[in-house]
Design a protein around this ligand. Structure first.
Ligand code: HEM
Length: 526
């Protein structure tokens, strides 16, 4: 089954597929009938779309690139990653742009000044999320946090996440899990000393082990299936599939095969969760003391009752999709990009290793409490997040009320895409904005807490990431240990400037070609 996704490559697969089907038509009559049908469908779509967008003509919408009938601006994304294509378009059409992607009308924000308007001045009016067919089906009717509509249910669940699941105290309580996992990772690296290691794969598994143990109290036997699910879901739920761009034409979900793929994914995920819940339950019945894991916390809150919106097992499953998606890929992608930039900048690598080794003072075993005061490492992490925000366009926002930004109308239900990557590489705010220079953070108070709109890798305002502390603790501790115990080299004598920097397409901008590095154990404690 060929999925129809409007990335350039898949668009051509789609066209090829249509062409193939077309050529298979055996008689002249079939070809004519097929042409007529396609023409009627296109005409029908055009009329419906035209009718739908007529209402917009009385509004003072932001300017934008010229639109084609039916597809609007989809062709402007062809061959490019959306955050890069939107930044290029913004250079021509301005920091607030209106674009049309099929039936989806969207406003793209590309400057820190206007990001502040959206995320602070009009935060409440613009705090909704778009619904996609995928999120409805897979996220138990959007009852997670990240894609839940703005309202009382979202507020209740976000409060639970901030106070009970991802609070500083809770994150600290998982320190032992991080230490144990890192200890086995360091042993693996020692065994692999002198041989190339796939950093992407090993770090993703490592981070996911921490998330699994923090969530369910033990490693998860379904880890591979869960990681595969996250990968696939990020891709099919990016909002750029043709079926998502024409939501009124439900048949597109069926003919594109998206519906059956999503249903299969949901079924598999639900089975995995049921299995995990049963295992967790039987371990609890067997007794024994253990640190309260995240599933314990949610089940306790559910059983205590007294909530405005009583929570069900399905709501808990939806929350775990967020914890897995938010907790795994964002952190592992940051570690991989940080190591990539360090390999490309040997002077920075040397400086950060010197800091880590001097701070740990030849300790044989490094604990999480030892990582205080690694200020240069923190600058390296900030600079990595500035150039490679894992979610470069945040999660899309949607307007709940009509409002005005920069004098332009933002009608109700307008999708807003905030190009955080364009903000953090804006030359008006950053000198030599595309170069990796961690030193810049030694001279500025700009940070990622959501008040400096030129640097918002975790978003800002009501919809800001509640997992920032969890993510950063993992990233900092893992990088510190990798840099303390090992020296690192590129394989096959690869020149640092030749390391491939291509990014993946989708919600997450990961490194497209996995980073492979050769660790050499260097025992700084001897
Ligand atoms: C380096 C690590 C991380 C980065 C860069 C990151 C980034 C983000 C971003 C950009 C958003 C969207 C903000 C917006 O739309 O305005 C977000 C939302 C969210 N993140 Fe994270 N995240 C990270 C780690 C985590 C972790 C560890 C968790 C949970 C275990 C998590 C859970 C969430 C949730 C639940 C939301 C939705 C918030 C809402 O819609 O109200 N994130 N994150």
């Amino acid at each position: 089954m060929v999925h129809i996704y409007m990335s350039p490559i898949n668009m051509s697969i789609y066209l090829e597929d249509l062409h193939f089907t077309y050529c298979k038509a055996e008689t002249m009559y079939t070809k004519i009938a097929l042409s007529l049908t396609v023409s009627c469908v296109i005409l029908f779509l055009y009329l419906v779309l035209n009718k739908k967008t007529n209402g917009a003509k009385s509004l003072n919408l932001p300017p934008g690139p010229p639109k084609l009938p039916l597809i609007g601006n989809v062709h402007h994304l062809a061959g490019l990653l959306p955050h890069r294509a939107f930044r290029d378009l913004a250079q021509k059409h301005g920091p607030i742009m209106h674009i049309q992607l099929g039936q989806i009308s969207a406003v793209i924000i590309s400057s820190p000044r206007l990001a502040k308007e959206v995320l602070k001045t009009h935060d409440v009016a613009l705090a909704d999320r778009p619904k996609t067919f995928g999120s409805e089906l897979v996220l138990y009717r959007n009852t997670d946090i990240a894609l839940a509509p703005y309202g009382e249910y979202w507020r209740q669940m976000k409060k639970i996440a901030s106070l009970e699941l991802l609070s500083a105290k809770k994150v600290q309580s998982f320190g032992l899990i991080r230490e144990q996992e890192l200890c086995s990772f360091m042993n693996f690296l020692r065994i692999s000393s002198g041989k190339p290691v796939n950093i992407h794969k090993t770090i993703t598994e490592l981070v996911n082990n921490v998330v699994c143990k923090a969530s369910f109290g033990k490693n998860c036997k379904h880890q591979d299936a869960l990681l595969e699910f996250l990968d696939e879901f990020g891709r099919v739920n990016s909002g750029f599939y043709v079926a998502d761009l024409f939501p009124d034409f439900k048949f597109l979900y069926v003919v594109s095969g998206l519906r059956s793929t999503l249903m299969k994914m949901h079924k598999t995920l639900d089975k995995i969760f049921n299995d995990i819940f049963e295992e967790h339950d039987s371990r609890k019945r067997d007794g024994g003391e253990h640190e309260e894991d995240l599933l314990d916390v949610l089940l306790r809150i559910k059983d205590e009752g007294g909530l405005e919106f009583p929570i069900t097992n399905n709501n808990i499953k939806a929350i775990f999709v967020d914890i897995f998606a938010g907790g795994t890929d964002t952190s592992s992608v940051t570690i991989e990009w940080a190591m990539t930039e360090l390999m490309r900048h040997p002077n920075v690598l040397e400086k950060v290793q010197t800091e880590v080794r001097e701070t740990f003072k030849r300790k044989k075993k490094v604990m999480e409490s030892d990582i205080q005061g690694l200020s240069y490492l923190q600058s390296v992490i900030k600079e990595t997040l500035r150039l490679h925000p894992p979610i470069p366009m945040l999660l899309p926002h949607v307007s709940r009320e009509h409002c005005k930004i920069d004098g332009y109308d933002i009608p109700v239900k307008m999708k807003l895409i905030i190009n955080a990557w364009a903000c953090s590489t804006d030359p008006e705010y950053w000198d030599d904005s595309e170069s990796f220079k961690p030193e810049r953070f030694e001279k500025t108070s700009v940070d990622f807490m959501g008040n400096n709109y030129q640097f918002i890798p975790f978003g800002s305002g009501r919809r800001m990431c509640p997992g920032m502390n969890f993510g950063l603790t993992t990233v900092e501790f893992f990088l510190a240990q990798m840099l303390y115990y090992f020296n690192w080299e590129l394989p096959d004598g690869l020149n640092p400037i030749d390391v491939d920097m291509a990014e993946t397409d989708g919600l997450l901008a990961a490194k497209k070609i996995h980073l492979h590095l050769i660790p050499t154990s260097c025992a700084p404690y001897n």
